[in-house]
Ligand binder design. Structure first.
Ligand code: DQA
Length: 147
């Protein structure tokens, strides 16, 4: 079974309580359980992590680079300005899929309209709600099918 890291950035630990009209009512713990189930159905061992600390996210991305682990990344607000996340994504060797629960490109704030992750992403899934994570895991399974 292939190990996949699902990495969530700042404020996503508050899923379910944070702006439910935008991000829905599923909590982060429930998302973890769903990701594990979705992964299991398609032969993936999914580990979901969340941090509000950029350095911790960078450590996890560096670990994924060293171990050639595929990554599903929702870098949340860092998506839009973190050159450190950009540099960390550049090192990844296994497939990277970018996920956003909302569709940042359709939101009114101009700052959300660019992503430092997209240049390194095999696929970008945005605006699909929590189901976007399931779609991302399916993409990882398809992208790593030959490995
Ligand atoms: C987000 C979109 C980002 O613009 C925002 O900063 C987030 C969450 C999403 O999942 O829709 O925190 O990545």
């Amino acid at each position: 079974m292939k190990h996949v890291l699902v990495l969530n950035g700042p404020n996503l630990g508050r899923l379910g309580r944070r702006q439910p009209e935008i991000y829905g009512t599923t909590t982060h713990d429930q998302l973890g359980e769903l990701c594990r189930q979705w992964g299991e159905e398609i032969g993936l061992v999914v580990e979901l992590r969340q941090t509000n600390h950029e350095g911790e996210m960078l450590d996890w991305l560096n670990e994924a680079a060293d171990d050639a682990t595929p990554v599903v990344l929702n870098a949340a607000a860092w998506t839009h300005y973190s050159w450190a996340v950009f540099d960390a994504c550049a090192q990844l060797v296994a497939p990277l899929v970018e996920v956003h629960i909302s569709d940042p490109s359709q939101r009114p704030e101009e700052f959300r309209h660019t992503s430092v992750v997209t240049p390194y992403a095999a696929r970008v899934i945005a605006g699909q709600g929590i189901d976007g994570y399931r779609q991302a895991l399916e993409s990882i399974a398809a992208l790593t099918a030959q490995d």
